[in-house]
Design a binder for this molecule. Structure first.
Ligand code: ACM
Length: 519
């Protein structure tokens, strides 16, 4: 269990996620009107973030050198790490602020805590407080689906700010699907010229991100300690790509970008080497744009009907002795993962990858059922846990509320496996079939607060739910004052029909049969 918090100064704002250790001195409440910031290369990003905040804050100036009117914010680099690579210590006294961390990430977390602790309208009102903090899970993610509904660049930059404030550090960006291809690829311009748009009820809708947009978004995220993992879906969910280049499909026939939700049967032709040349061309540009070490390949919900009928695919199955279409799926995934590995990237796939023997360094993202987490660990994989019944924020609050998310334990009580396999963290997902950009806040908040707490604090470090809710209400009030429009908190907060989102909490059992986990 985490240590109990000592009561901080009365006006100290509530913090989410809850810091590991916090001590306050209620009598002292420093107010600073000018700050001198002393930083190093390791803390440069954190210092820039603090200076940016201070620059926009009334009654607070950043001054170049300490004077008798300024307090000091001192960033100190420490080696070895305090309590893990993202750990930080923060101490606020009437003389100033001292931050100790060994990594840029630790320094950034400390600044986020400092900003969350600020109160008052002018200057920096901070409680005299000492914090020692470190995350439980290293992967604290949020998936954003930009395909079903296009999400604008300003909305993504704002989302990254919200994530960073909650110390969430992985944006999983779903960029290609049946209903839209959203990433400009210079070698293949039709992907966005054709694949980025669809006609729905006579209205042309869609959009895409230029490579310049992506560089701006990646830089914005990096400045806040958020890494972006792109998802380029294969071998299914490929309708938009095939609409742009019909020769990539098994039928080589023109088709339209998807307009309905659900799963399409249009797969890449796994029997044609030109498809792999295309994907390597795409991945080459993806790797240039996204410096993070992980690329998600999707690999979920790949229907096999087209492959059964395709002479090319059947020839590949025979020549490579793959057995059947499931073997072909594994061949496909391993071939692209191997290309990525050759370029210094690790592939991540949804848990359908476990239907075959994928390469051992891949990370498995488990979404369907918690039993799959154990299966993936038993087979030696690292796991990102995103089970629907805790993590799918496209589901209405009437089915999945703050209490459900707060109860989420990514490791499901399983001990670390002896073979190095481990649950490295979890992800909330924001699929956008039934959600537009205007409804993102409603679906994300307040549930993202509970996700941030579950991932940062871990199962043993969380407060009991009623205590968490007390903090969540305070944080939510601050977020609302900053313009965020949250949805309901609990199932009991309104009639089910007033709650946005889908209501089908469970996945169809057929998918699980292939893993021996069906009913
Ligand atoms: C998924 O929800 N199909 C990963």
């Amino acid at each position: 269990m985490r240590e109990a918090l000592t009561v901080p100064a009365p006006e100290a704002p509530a913090l989410i996620p809850r810091p590991h250790r916090l001590e306050g001195r209620p009598a002292v409440n420093p107010v600073f009107t000018a700050l001198t910031v002393t930083s190093s290369e390791c803390s440069a990003r954190a210092a820039a973030l603090l200076q940016c905040w201070a620059g926009a804050r009334p009654g607070l100036a950043i001054v170049p050198a300490a004077s008798q009117w300024s307090a000091r914010v001192v960033f100190l680099d420490l080696a070895p790490t305090l309590g893990g690579p993202e750990a930080y210590d923060l101490e606020i006294t009437p003389e100033g602020v001292s931050i100790r961390a060994a990594t840029p990430e630790g320094h950034l977390h400390a600044v986020q805590t400092l900003l969350a602790l600020a109160s008052g309208d002018e200057g920096a009102h901070w409680p005299a407080i000492t914090i020692q903090d470190a995350p439980h899970f290293s992967w604290r993610g949020l998936l954003l689906d930009s395909c079903r509904h296009f999400i604008s660049k300003p909305a993504i930059l704002r989302l990254i700010d919200q994530m960073a404030a909650l110390k969430m550090n992985r944006l999983h960006w779903h960029l290609t699907d049946d209903q839209g291809w959203r990433l400009e690829i210079k070698r293949y311009p039709r992907l966005t010229e054709i694949g980025g748009w669809r006609l729905r009820d006579g209205v042309r809708e869609g959009g895409f991100y230029t490579q310049e947009d992506v560089r701006e978004i990646v830089a914005h995220a990096a400045a806040r300690g958020v890494e972006i993992m792109p998802e380029i879906e294969l071998p299914g969910h490929a309708t938009a790509a095939i609409a742009a280049y019909p020769e990539l499909g098994c039928r080589r026939e023109p088709l339209s970008v998807g307009t309905a939700w659900g799963i399409y049967a249009n797969n890449y032709n796994a029997g044609d080497d030109r498809v792999f040349q295309f994907l390597e061309g795409v991945m080459g540009e993806v790797i240039e744009l996204f410096p993070f070490g992980y690329v998600h390949l999707g690999a979920d919900e790949c229907l096999k009907d087209e492959w059964k009928r395709s002479a090319d695919c059947q020839r590949r199955i025979a020549e490579e002795k793959l057995g059947d279409e499931h073997g072909l799926q594994t061949y496909f995934i391993n071939r692209v993962a191997s290309f990525l590995r050759g370029h210094g990237r690790i592939a991540v796939g949804w848990d359908e990858v476990l239907e075959g023997r994928i390469s051992g360094d891949m990370i498995v993202e488990c979404w369907r059922d918690e039993a799959i987490i154990k299966l993936a660990l038993d087979r030696g994989y690292r796991v990102i846990a995103s089970p629907r019944r805790y993590c799918y924020f496209d589901i209405a609050v009437s089915q999945l509320d703050l209490a459900d998310v707060h109860a989420f334990d990514p490791s499901g009580g399983l001990p670390p496996a002896p073979n190095g396999a481990a649950v490295i963290g979890g992800e909330a997902t924001l699929w956008t079939e039934y959600i537009t950009e205007q409804e993102m806040d409603h679906m994300l908040f307040p549930r993202l607060l509970a996700m941030a707490e579950a991932l940062w604090c871990g199962p043993q470090g969380k407060d009991p739910f009623p205590l968490f809710v007390r903090r969540a209400r305070q944080v939510l009030a601050r977020l609302q004052a900053a313009g965020i429009k949250p949805g309901p908190m609990l199932k009991s907060d309104g009639p089910a029909e007033s709650m946005k989102g889908r209501t089908d909490l469970h996945v169809t059992p057929e998918g699980l049969d292939k893993l021996g986990l069906g009913e």
